[in-house]
Design a protein around this ligand. Structure first.
Ligand code: AP5
Length: 219
């Protein structure tokens, strides 16, 4: 049976940072809805153009579009053993759609780690974030700087700051998270899948704790 994990947490909690490390260690596909939208945006696809307006305003892209995109991604061969989902689901309707999809594919969400970071830390994290153009590897100018300024340690590609990391857009993204996504914590707690991780710890400590939960569920 395929294994699926759902990484939860507010914008800037460290979901992308941790998902990249954990997916590699577990040999699972990393499926990030935000990365999928950004890939479509740089390829100037119709989906990317549609998503842009919502992303620039810090709003969620409509459920039907997002669900169809993730469904398509989860059907690719690298997801045959499951996936580590990052940024999806983000609404109760997306969570329901995911459950229907996974029962069709033969799997379920075994653990939903929630990376808990207080709201006041998030703005500083996002304003200092730099991401790589080639693969979305994530850095922070103070907490996780690259070895050479402006260049990705992993693939040497250029680092850039995301358009939606402007303070005003970040505030809206946090509001949207509290209104539309935070209710999923109750949903996954009721299912017995939620585990809470202290996301204020250094990156390596968060990784260690996360891997304990994911590794135990996978073995
Ligand atoms: P998305 O790309 O998913 O953004 P997000 O959820 O807002 O999350 P972020 O990527 O901003 O943060 P993160 O938790 O991954 O943190 P990171 O590891 O980078 O979504 C963007 C937009 O796409 C949405 O606003 C929406 O429009 C659309 N969208 C996406 N999914 C959707 C969906 N399902 N439905 C509808 N619309 C959707 O870390 C942040 C910074 O902190 C980095 O600089 C990092 O180096 C640093 N850091 C990480 N961990 C630590 C630590 N422990 N200590 C110190 N610094 C740390």
């Amino acid at each position: 049976m395929a294994t699926y994990f759902v990484l939860l947490g507010p914008p800037g909690a460290g979901k992308g940072t941790q998902a990249k490390l954990a997916a590699e260690r577990l040999g699972l596909a990393h499926v990030s809805s935000g990365d999928l939208f950004r890939e479509n945006l740089s390829a100037k696809t119709e989906l990317g153009m549609l998503a842009k307006g919502f992303m620039d305003r810090g709003e969620l892209v409509p459920d039907d579009v997002t669900i169809a995109m993730v469904r398509d991604r989860l059907q690719r061969p690298d997801c045959k053993n499951g996936a580590l989902l990052d940024g999806f689901p983000r609404t109760p309707a997306q969570a329901e759609a995911l459950e229907a999809m996974l029962s069709e594919f033969g799997g379920n969400v075994s653990v939903a780690p929630y990376i808990n970071v207080p709201m006041d830390v998030l703005i500083e994290r996002l304003s200092g974030r730099w991401s790589c153009r080639a693969a979305g590897h994530v850095y922070h100018e103070k907490y996780n700087p690259p070895k050479v300024a402006g260049k990705c340690d992993m693939d040497g590609s250029e680092l850039y700051q995301r358009d939606d990391d402007k303070a005003e857009t970040v505030r809206r993204r946090i509001e949207v998270y509290l209104n539309q996504t935070a209710p999923l914590l109750v949903h996954y707690r009721q299912k017995g899948a939620l585990v809470e991780i202290d996301g204020t710890l250094p990156i390596d400590d968060v990784s260690r704790e996360l891997m304990q939960h994911l590794g135990a569920a996978q073995s």
